[in-house]
Ligand binder design. Structure first.
Ligand code: GAL
Length: 453
């Protein structure tokens, strides 16, 4: 805890031990440059470039939409003759987007870039040799100088960069409606927030809330918001269990207390939770129908877009048991092979790393910039705290599973189904624990995480 994060990284924590390799010396000419000709400087500095930029992303909800539109506006200023074809796929977290993009990329009709969480989520494309490395953009924009080591690490496979980050989110946050807390006489808990504190608030609210109002929200129409809560509770119940999970070694016995906590969470949510998406669940908090929600800080983007102010309309506290932990969810875009105009993919990635684009994108999105040269003056009070937490040397990081970093794709897609089913029918704890553990353990986990000292 007293060590700095950089030291922890250097000590091997977080680092992909099997794939670790160094980028030595100058940035080598990447295959994309060989394929399309020209130097990275010429490509980026050609502001008269033409052609298309087809981009797949999943940012369709309040806050997300404003963020990506701001980044597109900045790109259009930089490259006014490029035709931007934005292809949004709703549902959040990439669950629906992945299927659509995979089909196109495999069929050889790839977009110039698509949204993909850095880390394990990139592996299926990488393994099929369908991604260009992005060392060119990292080198041109000096990104290593500006980016926290942990974010660098998740963007690499085998020592090469395959993703360029656009924003960083914290996942382990409880969002609460301040007016409801006031009306029902609830005191927000003090740090560190324990499970007893959290369930205590839920019980008190349960007793006081009228019919049709609930202590907690959930919107798991696309399953992943349930997985998100499951993983957050797992980090709170036991970081060691979390580490064992992401290293492919978790046992059913370790998972049982996590599922018990999740079962308890589910006992406080509206019965029709599966009818809602993540943002509709945030809407329940805004409307005063649910008092709290465990979610990532893209929820802040939603609240701001809906006119809610931090400290006035809503407050936050760390999810139970995770006060000194930061659940990491970095967002990025990757460049697939077989697109019509790979140079525009390079221009897009470079464009959103610039200060102007970062300053326009992150505040409405609720994320913080992955780049240190972006001033924190651009943030509201919530995002300032989130940025401080990211850079706080006492804060420990864990990679989100639901958001593509912590576990291989096979594990995530199986987990989403099992957890989605459990959220509908939360009865069989030991059978569910066995089902999850066996699916985790039978998958190869090439990254060896060390999140617990
Ligand atoms: C996450 C993504 C966030 C947010 C969320 C809901 O996976 O990293 O930026 O957009 O999905 O769509």
């Amino acid at each position: 805890m007293s060590k700095t994060r950089e030291k922890k990284m250097a000590a091997g924590h977080w680092t992909a031990t099997i794939f670790i390799a160094l980028i030595v010396g100058a940035i080598i000419l990447s295959p994309v440059l060989e394929a399309v000709g020209g130097s990275i400087d010429e490509i980026i500095e050609d502001h008269k470039a033409r052609g298309q930029l087809r981009i797949y992303h999943w940012w369709t909800a309040g806050g997300e939409r404003e963020g990506i539109d701001a980044a597109f506006d900045h790109f259009a200023k930089q490259y006014p003759n490029v035709k931007v074809l934005s292809a949004p796929v709703s549902g959040g977290a990439g669950t629906n987007l992945k299927q659509i993009v995979k089909t196109q990329v495999v069929a050889g009709n790839a977009p110039e870039a698509f949204q993909c969480h850095p880390g394990y989520e990139m592996y299926p494309y990488y393994d099929a040799d369908l991604l260009y490395p992005c060392n060119d953009v990292w080198g041109h924009a000096d990104l290593e100088e500006k980016t926290p080591k942990v974010v660098q690490d998740v963007c690499k496979i085998g020592g090469d960069y395959y993703a360029v980050p656009i924003g960083v989110h914290r996942t382990n946050v409880v969002w609460y409606n301040k007016a409801m807390f006031k009306e029902y006489g609830i005191k927000p808990p003090e740090d560190p927030v324990t499970f007893d504190d959290f369930w205590g608030i839920c019980d008190e609210l349960s007793k006081k809330l009228p019919k049709g109002k609930y202590p907690l929200a959930l919107g798991d129409r696309n399953n992943w918001p349930a997985t998100h809560i499951f993983e957050t509770l797992m980090a709170g119940v036991s970081p060691q269990t979390y580490e064992n999970f992401i290293n492919g070694k978790v046992t059913p016995q370790e998972l049982e207390p996590v599922l018990e906590a999740f079962q308890k969470y589910l006992s406080y949510v509206p019965p029709d939770h599966r009818a809602r998406t993540w943002d509709e669940a945030c809407g329940m908090v805004c409307q005063g129908k649910c008092a709290m929600y465990i979610h990532g800080d893209w929820a802040k983007g939603y609240f701001v877009t809906n006119g809610w102010e931090y400290g006035v309309d809503y407050g936050t506290f760390p999810a139970p048991g995770t006060s000194d932990w930061y659940g990491l969810d970095a967002d990025s875009f990757v460049r697939p092979k077989n697109s019509v105009n790979p140079k525009n993919g390079i221009r897009w990635q470079w464009s959103y790393t610039t200060q102007e684009s970062q300053m326009a994108f992150n505040p409405p999105k609720g994320s913080v910039s992955p780049y240190r040269d972006v001033s924190t003056d651009i943030y509201d009070a919530y995002s300032k705290e989130s940025a401080e937490a990211l850079y706080d040397p006492h804060m420990r990081l864990y990679p989100s599973i639901a958001h593509g970093h912590g576990s291989p794709e096979k594990v995530v897609s199986n987990l989403n189904v099992i957890i989605g089913d459990f959220a509908q029918n939360p009865t069989d704890i030991s059978g569910t624990a066995r089902g999850i553990a066996s699916r985790v353990r039978r998958v190869d986990h090439p990254i060896a995480w060390g999140i617990v000292e």
